[in-house]
Design a protein around this ligand. Structure first.
Ligand SMILES: NC(=O)c1ccc[n+]([C@@H]2O[C@H](COP(=O)([O-])OP(=O)(O)OC[C@H]3O[C@@H](n4cnc5c(N)ncnc54)[C@H](O)[C@@H]3O)[C@@H](O)[C@H]2O)c1
Ligand SMILES: C[C@@H](O)[C@H](N)C(=O)O
Length: 368
């Protein structure tokens, strides 16, 4: 795929919007009080438990972060408001609470998660809960618990209840020994953050459950995601969201990465579109279960120049955060997503050139 580096039109666009299976079990089942998992040696099951003409019943974990509310909106449009349940451990804002079903769910509480899946007859699960790269380095034990133990809970429940499971991975699943320009789907993955390690673990565990038990696991490696109406959750690519907000609000932006740090990025609408598309793709189309997806790639300096075309008075300074810089320097510069394009027709809509005007990054009134 040609690498897109033209940042001009995208900037405009962004700125414009500102069981207890105690009996015989064939799946990995947690058995209350006896053993955590029972797996028969001939374990095998297949995940599509609803008829293809029915709408899936969806649960989104960690849904109050940068991406979950937008995903719920997209899925509700397609499957109906009441078929999509957002969940998180945080209190939702009014506009989120009143926009559709919301439920408290801590992914570390296995029984609670299972109860939600059972009571709501969930068929598709989008597992968004995570601690991102920078906050993960600041609290490794919590990141390990949420990103690894939490994933184990989700995998087991998805397997027990024949769910189709989406788990996002990231450019952060690669490390300094991976090829960086471009980074293919299959190559060395030796990340040096707990976030990256947990995401490689998620990719491998999901694929293992797929091949071992038939779990319908689907995974996309997202680039850094740019959004208008939601705050990033403490990652290395956060600067690429913050610059738009600061340009509009204060006309000043202090970047915590060096000006020439090139990273793959994607507008949120493309990210969510890809997520829905890969979940709807026929299983036969998927030659793999974990795909890179790509849209554009730019440096802070290039992005700043583009924003300055629309906000000429914007002053950009650099105050490099050593932790984030070390992480960014170990991540891909460009992502090769040719397998996604070939297998299930992935095509992004937004290059930086396509994002015209300032409206996209103007926070809506409900944004906090
Ligand atoms: N935003 C990006 O740029 C990006 C890029 C690549 C991959 N991803 C992945 O996409 C997913 C969503 O990303 P995001 O940016 O919305 O993340 P975020 O950090 O903004 O939100 C994560 C959410 O998880 C919740 N959470 C934390 N602990 C929890 C627990 N114990 N139980 C339930 N929920 C819990 C938090 O409250 C938060 O709302 C993550 O898995 C992330 O790794 C995001
Ligand atoms: C890239 C992605 O995984 C996230 N935005 C982070 O920087 O941690």
């Amino acid at each position: 795929m040609p690498i897109v580096r033209n940042v001009s039109r995208a900037v405009s666009q962004l700125l414009q919007s500102s069981a207890c299976g105690c009996g015989v079990s064939i799946v990995p089942v947690r058995c209350i009080g006896i053993s955590p998992r029972q797996v028969a040696s001939d374990a095998s099951f297949h995940s599509v438990s609803f008829s293809e003409s029915d709408h899936p019943r969806v649960l989104i974990t960690g849904g109050l972060g940068q991406l979950g509310v937008g995903l719920a909106k997209l899925l509700r449009k397609r499957f109906g408001k009441n078929n999509v349940i957002l969940s998180d451990i945080r209190k939702p804002a009014d506009h989120v609470f009143y926009s559709g079903p919301f439920i408290y769910s801590d992914i570390l509480d296995y029984k609670n998660l299972r109860e939600i899946v059972v009571n709501n007859r969930i068929t598709w699960l989008f597992h968004y809960s995570a601690l991102l790269s920078a906050v993960g380095e600041a609290n490794v034990p919590l990141a390990r618990a949420v990103n690894i133990t939490g994933l184990h809970n989700v995998l087991d429940i998805a397997a027990e209840h024949n769910l189709r499971l989406f788990v996002p991975s990231t450019i952060g699943a690669f490390g300094p020994t991976s090829p960086r320009d471009p980074t293919p789907d299959l190559c060395i993955q030796r990340p040096r953050t707990i976030y990256g390690v947990s995401k490689v673990h998620a990719e491998l565990m999901g694929e293992y459950y797929h091949y071992r038990y038939g779990l319908d696991f689907r995974c996309l490696r997202y680039p850094g995601i740019i959004s208008a109406d939601s705050q990033p959750g403490g990652g290395t690519t956060d600067y690429a969201v913050q610059i738009f907000h600061d340009a509009i609000k204060t006309g000043k932006f202090e970047c915590n990465l060096k000006p020439d740090t090139r990273l793959p990025m994607m507008y949120i609408d493309d990210c969510l579109k890809a997520t829905l598309e890969v979940m709807e793709a026929p299983a036969e189309a998927l030659s793999m279960r974990t795909y890179n997806i790509s849209a554009m790639s730019f440096t802070p300096e290039e992005l700043a120049q583009e924003v300055q075309k629309h906000v000429p008075e914007l002053q950009v300074t650099y105050n490099v955060d050593a932790v984030r810089q070390a992480i960014a320097d170990s991540w891909p510069m460009n992502f090769d997503d040719s397998n996604a394009r070939r297998d299930w027709g992935w095509k992004h809509d937004y290059d930086l050139p396509e994002l015209r005007g300032f409206q996209r990054l103007k926070p809506s009134p409900s944004y906090s």
